[in-house]
Design a protein around this ligand. Structure first.
Ligand SMILES: NC(=O)c1ccc[n+]([C@@H]2O[C@H](COP(=O)([O-])OP(=O)(O)OC[C@H]3O[C@@H](n4cnc5c(N)ncnc54)[C@H](OP(=O)(O)O)[C@@H]3O)[C@@H](O)[C@H]2O)c1
Length: 234
């Protein structure tokens, strides 16, 4: 039977690298749903993935995940297209680094909406609509295992993703849904540039390396790896 993966934050960085990886073939996944906000970059990313995907079906779904209604709209579109989701890669992420004194609640709230509430809603909505969910891969961060000075909202949100993944794993295991939490370290993307503007991106992990781990965790081999929170770094 053919399977579908939904990847949030698929317009660039780790999400785009993951979409490319699925487009080249992983296990029995033959349908890829790419989610991000409307932009020219997303259009280009979608066109590029479609071009390398052979016979696989690719859907581009525009959604601003800071909007609490957005996940429902994504599933309305998928239901209308008769797409049943088996794998969710909760990858979209937002960061606005600031010290405690300079953290504005509107930015903190935005970080929580994109990094915590949206991944929760993707899983909840898939369950409520009886999608044949079997694997959830939540992308947390090493910033979630150890708080970092100047990264109040981001570190807090990623700690929540790690804990949320434990709840999901515990609660959904009896129903055959495998929940994986990956915590990448420094990876050369736009988000990392915001967090560490002076770093040379060629000296750190590349998005394709994280995508390879996501691919492995989505394969039958990944089923043999049980971990509360897998750290991915090079
Ligand atoms: N890079 C690192 O060092 C690192 C380390 C640990 C964990 N991570 C995590 O890895 C994940 C991927 O990040 P990345 O490093 O690949 O960053 P990135 O290149 O900046 O990509 C972030 C993705 O999230 C999407 N996104 C952000 N806000 C959104 C919103 N409101 N609605 C919908 N989509 C939104 C972006 O799409 P649009 O902006 O096009 O909508 C983009 O596709 C994140 O969860 C991040 O926290 C990254």
């Amino acid at each position: 039977m053919t399977k579908t993966v939904l990847i949030s934050g698929a317009s660039k960085g780790i999400g785009l690298a993951t979409a490319r990886r699925f487009a080249r073939g992983i296990d029995d996944v033959s349908c890829i749903v790419m989610v991000a906000r409307k932009s020219d970059a997303f259009d280009s990313a979608f066109a590029e993935v479609r071009a390398i995907s052979g016979n696989r079906q690719i859907f581009q779904v525009e959604a601003d995940l800071s909007n609490p209604e957005a996940v429902k709209d994504v599933f309305d579109r998928l239901d209308a297209e008769n797409v049943a989701v088996n794998y969710i890669v909760n990858n979209a992420g937002y960061a606005k680094p600031a010290s405690i004194n300079e953290t504005h609640m509107v930015d903190f709230e935005m970080t929580m909406r994109v990094n915590v509430y949206a991944p929760f809603r993707f899983v909840q909505e898939a369950l409520l609509r009886n999608h044949p969910l079997e694997k959830v891969i939540n992308i947390a961060s090493t910033a979630g295992t150890k708080g970092r000075s100047g990264w109040m909202s981001y570190s807090t949100s990623k700690a929540a993703v790690i804990n949320m993944s434990e709840v999901m794993r515990d609660e959904l295991a009896p129903y055959g849904v495998d929940v994986v939490c990956l915590s990448p370290g420094r990876c050369a993307t736009d988000l990392r540039k915001k967090l560490a503007p002076d770093e040379d991106p060629t000296t750190i992990m590349q998005p394709e390396q994280v995508a390879d781990v996501i691919a492995m965790m989505s394969s039958p081999t990944g089923k043999m790896l049980l971990s509360e929170n897998l750290v991915v770094r090079c």
